[in-house]
Design a protein around this ligand. Structure first.
Ligand code: FCB
Length: 502
């Protein structure tokens, strides 16, 4: 089975990876033979106090990404990105949709800032399209691209909204893909050059940066499964890409700090609390392996210069790990960005599969999403405890780092009613629940500085096209009219009060 993005977050690496010709998939769908009993205290929906205050200065934000909202795909000198190429390839995106126009935020950014003001927000996480800056991935910067982001940053500052900038949210210049993309080690240096251009041009006004968005997702979906750009399906490419991204994270961090030493630099990691399916030792080990590959494959490397124990052995030669690389990967990130939507249930694969399949020998884990909570239209389980659990785990394991919730949200597809209102009570309930989890974690000592709802606007949801609406604002794609949904109005009240209402 070919995984779709809908399945991705709930199955991550564990199930159904495709096999590139001649190369065995390392992560296959094997049915676990279950030993053990359910965990003694079965995970339940937890019940943190619904009413809660947040620390003074807490950042209330929304998040977006360039390809998902900007449109203007070939305007003002912008180069082609891998997402332009991928979306223009027949059969890749639901309903043959593309990000050519998307939410037209390239032209409507001022209107979008007005939406944020109406929601009382003080932080906006957006990404920079690398090919707007370097159309072919290297060399002299395209001034018009820089001007666009410069105007946006100035507009945000004038509205007293923190610009919170992601440097790479998946739209690689196609020219760099033609040279091998993230499997090519040269990309680490190219990325560092691009980061430095941005630090020089925006760093006088932007202090908070994320190097990458969800490195585990774009390497997995783009290189192993092939359902995202660049559409490759090779375990070898996947493993190599993860290593090059780790090198790029280290190089990008140093490049940014060289220009702006006081900037705060992190990455937005895709995370999912991994629970063992039963309390057997094997399932508990499986959950730890799931945690290692899903949550900290790009964090343990940055903070400790080593790969976590996801596999039964580290395939160093396949990954092309050279001597000195572990040092290069190090990046003492100023904060840990957490994007969290779902939890993962992990179980071990049986002895027979391990003995007969290379993939199960290397990664003897089956992962799936939970099914006890309500399901969103995307097919993702609503489970607020996952966010609380993940924040507490990172707080414990990494010595109470600064944490930013860089994304969380849900797809529900209701549109305006006859009176023009968008009654999306389920989205309000989602954010109320996840925010209560954040508040609980803060009350237990976690240092969480902000929460960014995904997303400001309904937008282009990758392989799902426009079929999944995550926005706090509804977008009518035929007119580009934006309407703040009931959830957005609720979020505005929460942000203004800096507390969750009862
Ligand atoms: C995250 C992505 C973001 C968006 C949400 C729904 O994994 O970072 O771009 O697609 O999922």
């Amino acid at each position: 089975m070919r995984l779709t993005r809908r399945h991705f977050l709930s199955t991550a690496l564990g199930a159904g990876a495709v096999t590139a010709a001649g190369i065995p998939a390392l992560f296959s769908a094997c049915t676990a033979s279950k030993a053990g009993t359910p965990p003694s205290s079965p995970p339940t929906q937890f019940n943190p106090p619904a009413q809660a205050s947040f620390p003074k200065g807490f950042f209330w934000g929304t998040a977006t990404a360039s390809y998902q909202i900007e449109g203007a795909w070939k305007e003002d000198g912008k180069g082609e990105s891998i997402w332009d190429r991928f979306a223009h390839t027949p059969g890749k995106i639901k309903n043959a949709e593309t990000g050519d126009v998307a939410c037209d935020s390239y032209h409507r950014w001022a209107e979008d800032i007005a939406l944020m003001r109406a929601m009382n927000l003080n932080s906006y996480r957006f990404s920079i399209s690398w090919p707007r800056i370097q159309p072919s991935g290297t060399g002299t910067a395209n001034q018009k691209g820089i001007d666009y982001y410069s105007r946006l940053v100035d507009g945000l500052l004038a509205a007293q909204i923190r610009p919170f900038v992601t440097l790479y949210h998946w739209d690689l210049p196609q020219a760099l893909q033609d040279a091998g993309g993230w499997t090519n080690r040269d990309l680490a240096g190219r990325f560092a050059d691009y980061v430095q251009v941005m630090a020089k041009t925006l760093g006088d006004r932007v202090s908070d940066w994320m190097l990458f968005n969800e490195p585990s997702v774009f390497t997995y979906s783009g290189y192993l499964v092939g359902e995202h750009a660049p559409g490759q399906a090779s375990i070898v490419d996947f493993l190599r890409a993860t290593h090059v991204v780790n090198l790029a994270q280290g190089a990008g961090f140093r490049a940014l700090k060289a220009v702006r030493p006081s900037a705060r630099v992190g990455t937005a990691f895709n995370m999912s609390a991994c629970e063992p399916a039963t309390n057997s030792e094997a399932d508990r080990l499986a959950a730890e392996r799931a945690h290692a590959i899903t949550n900290v494959w790009f964090l343990e490397t940055a903070l400790h210069g080593r790969y976590p124990g996801a596999f039964t052995f580290l395939p160093e030669s396949i990954m092309r790990i050279n001597s000195g690389d572990m040092e290069q990967m190090r990046a003492p990130l100023d904060f840990v960005g957490i994007n969290l939507y779902v939890r993962t249930i992990a179980s071990s694969v049986g002895a027979f599969e391990r003995a007969t399949h290379l993939q199960d020998w290397l990664f003897p884990v089956k992962m799936e999403g939970g099914h006890e909570g309500p399901m969103t239209d995307m097919g993702w389980e609503v489970w607020p405890k996952a966010l609380y659990d993940m924040i507490m785990r990172i707080t414990r394991d990494y010595n109470r780092p600064v944490i930013e919730i860089t994304e969380s949200g849900c797809a529900y597809n209701e549109g305006p009613d006859a009176g023009g209102a968008v009654r999306d009570g389920r989205r309000t309930a989602y954010h109320q629940g996840y925010l209560a989890g954040v508040a609980q974690a803060i009350s237990e000592g976690a240092d969480v500085r902000g929460y960014h709802a995904w997303s400001l606007l309904d937008n282009f949801e990758w392989a799902e096209g426009y079929s999944q609406r995550f926005g706090l604002s509804y977008v009518d794609y035929s007119t580009q009219k934006r309407t703040i949904k009931d959830s957005g109005k609720w979020y505005a009240r929460v942000a203004a009060a800096n507390r969750l209402p009862a």
